[in-house]
Design a protein around this ligand. Structure first.
Ligand SMILES: Cc1cc2nc3c(=O)[nH]c(=O)nc-3n(C[C@H](O)[C@H](O)[C@H](O)COP(=O)(O)OP(=O)(O)OC[C@H]3O[C@@H](n4cnc5c(N)ncnc54)[C@H](O)[C@@H]3O)c2cc1C
Length: 599
């Protein structure tokens, strides 16, 4: 095969991913005066951030003046089952309000009463109503605002450009390599720093709220150059995805429905969540329907158990279905019609109204929705420094869903959008500082790049007959059935065997046709990331022999004090993943005191 000349560009900072985290990072890096490019594999604006519905969590105290960063910090730590990195949780709680106000200054139009400050809505696990929102289309407004800001700053954007590999020189980041989705031609970026903002890997599961971009690319690219991954065992299954009809299974039903008054019921009409309140949350959760109803009316009493953190609600739904109290399609009911008027529902939840009307022929102002858990969010990802977002490879930074640490064992709803703004900004800032401080020139190793190009073109030359779609479907089946909400060692080990077999089969993938817009080839390339993400998640799930947050082990059903003190870290050595348990950083006493329970 003749080696081709690669289209080559040179920047200080390359931001890979143009969702909320990537856009905010690019804006900041560029504001610091370094030459910045933003690269995304979908169209600009089409990222998971645009799909976000419920809102951005920030302790602004607009609805409850008693709210402040300390309560938000405490809620995040408790929601994350005390495994969140305390420093990230502190920074996040302290800086989120400023980032929301900054977004407003840049043109975002949040919902607000006629004469008041930005409105804030209730979400699971948050003590006070604190999600700044725009109906149930918050992500759209966030992306619109950030995108306009970035474009006006003149940042170079490369869209429908898929980066596949990071390049290093003497252990430091020196570039990234990939291809244009339309032409299939390769593209090479030389740079001093890379910010990964590629999101998660939910497409490895069958029932998921995630879309096609979520193939774990950032996590795998980072691992391939030796960066540490952390908390990969924690995958969030959102309790409320659509379950019927089959073609829409997994599409998200925002937690805003419960925040605005919706209640969960089984097929006997029981509000079953009262039977699933863990000791840990009893202090502030209503234990009777009367108490919970009072909360909905005046918001001054203890909170309804329908708004417990997501891991608790997802497990409860799973148990109800298993006990035979679920619907024929394997879900439960979510009812807002019997509590709120049609006008209220259409005003507060317009997307949900249309989603059910158009996709399931259900009028949610009159009928209950059928819902069940859906794979939604990766708490784990690239291990980063809490203040700077630097990964363990010099020149590599990560922010947003691709990074680990803030959310611990379970993310609270709304804490992702604020995470993107807070740590996206920090990633851009510290990547720029790194570039300015870097001494000496970096080189790109042409042999390494040529080897990547040959690997990527191998499916066209292959003598095998494997189909990438079949391999992807088999992986999704495996992860759904064996690495799902409830896990057990024998099944996790079986999953690992299947993943190894799938890796072998991937070597025999055959792609017909040419490089111009060839979706089969794109998926064949994504399999590398999907399998890398799945392998790391499964290995970490075997290692954590306890149940905590988004990781429930049937064979170890309780939390274990030993695992309360460690993160599971995964890193590649000689091409193979190796595991270690590493102690959590010590939390200062004044922050420990904030975690004490108070009524
Ligand atoms: C339906 C839905 C509703 C949600 N609602 C909320 C909510 O109300 N509040 C909340 O806090 N969170 C919510 N979330 C979660 C939140 O939206 C995501 O966690 C968050 O948007 C992730 O942002 P990000 O910037 O990390 O990644 P994304 O916004 O997904 O952006 C990833 C970017 O990376 C690019 N990319 C990926 N791989 C490559 C590659 N190899 N090369 C080049 N580019 C690449 C993609 O093209 C994209 O531009 C929701 C999620 C979903 C799916």
């Amino acid at each position: 095969m003749a080696e081709e000349k690669y289209e080559t560009h040179e920047y200080d900072v390359i931001v890979i991913g143009a969702g909320g985290a990537g856009l905010r990072a690019a804006v900041e890096a560029s504001a610091q005066g370094v030459k910045t490019a933003l690269v995304c594999k979908s169209l600009l604006g089409k990222a998971h951030t645009v799909m976000a519905e419920g809102g951005i969590a920030a302790a602004m105290g607009n609805v409850y003046p008693e709210d402040n960063w300390k309560v938000h910090f405490r809620d995040t730590m408790r929601g994350g089952k005390l495994l969140s990195n305390w420093r990230m949780a502190q920074i996040h709680a302290q800086e989120s309000p400023d980032r929301v106000l900054e977004l407003e200054e840049w043109g975002a139009l949040f919902d607000r009463p006629k004469d008041g400050l930005i409105l804030q809505r209730d979400f699971g696990g948050h003590r006070y109503a604190r999600l700044a929102h725009v109906g149930d289309r918050t992500g759209l407004e966030m992306i619109r605002t950030l995108q306009q800001h970035a474009v006006h700053k003149g940042i170079d954007v490369y869209m429908e450009c898929n980066l596949q590999r990071l390049l290093t020189d003497a252990g430091k980041i020196s570039g990234a390599f990939g291809y244009w989705r339309e032409s299939g031609k390769f593209i090479l970026f030389k740079c001093k720093a890379v910010v990964l903002a590629t999101g998660g890997g939910g497409k490895a599961w069958k029932v998921t709220s995630n879309s096609w971009e979520y193939t774990g690319d950032g996590v795998t690219m980072a691992a391939d150059v030796g960066a540490d991954l952390m908390d990969m065992e924690f995958m969030q299954f959102h309790p409320t995805g659509m379950v019927w009809p089959p073609s829409v299974r997994g599409i998200l039903v925002t937690e805003g429905v419960r925040g605005d008054g919706g209640t969960l019921k089984n097929t006997k009409g029981e509000r079953f969540m009262f039977n699933y309140i863990p000791e840990f949350f009893k202090v502030e959760t209503a234990e009777t329907e009367k108490e919970a109803d009072a909360w909905y009316e005046d918001k001054k009493n203890r909170r309804t158990p329908d708004l417990l953190p997501r891991d608790e609600v997802a497990r409860a739904i799973n148990s109800e279905v298993k006990a035979g109290r679920g619907t024929e399609h394997g879900g439960v009911f979510l009812d807002i019609a019997s509590r709120r008027s049609a006008d209220y529902i259409q005003r507060r939840l317009p997307s949900m109204y249309h989603q059910f009307k158009e996709l399931a022929d259900v009028d949610i102002t009159k009928e209950a929705m059928e819902v069940g858990p859906t794979c939604h969010y990766a708490m784990g990802g690239v291990r980063v420094d809490a203040d700077t977002t630097a990964a363990t490879v010099p020149g590599l930074f990560a922010a947003g869903e691709v990074a680990a640490g803030l959310h611990g064992a379970n993310r609270l709803g709304g804490n992702s959008l604020s995470d993107l703004l807070v740590f996206g900004r920090r990633a851009g800032l510290y990547a720029a500082e790194y570039c300015k401080a870097l001494k000496g020139a970096l080189a790109v190793n042409t042999d390494q790049v040529n080897a990547f190009a040959r690997e990527m073109l191998a499916p066209f030359e292959s003598k095998g007959s494997e189909n990438p779609y079949t391999i992807h479907a088999d992986l999704q089946e495996c992860m759904q059935d064996l690495v799902g909400i409830i896990r057990v060692e024998s099944e996790l080990k079986k999953a690992l065997e299947i993943i190894q077999q799938l890796k072998q089969r991937t070597r025999n993938v055959k792609i017909e046709g040419n490089r111009q817009y060839n979706p089969g080839w794109h998926l064949a390339l994504d399999l590398h990331s999907l399998l890398g993400f799945s392998e790391a998640a499964t290995l970490a799930a075997i290692e954590r022999k306890e149940s905590r947050g988004g990781h429930t082990r049937d064979d170890y059903p309780n939390t274990d004090a030993k695992f309360a003190k460690v993160n599971v870290v995964v890193r590649k050595k000689n091409g193979e993943f190796a595991l270690s348990q590493e102690p959590l950083p010590e939390m200062p006493d004044e922050l420990k005191a904030l975690l004490e329970e108070k009524k």
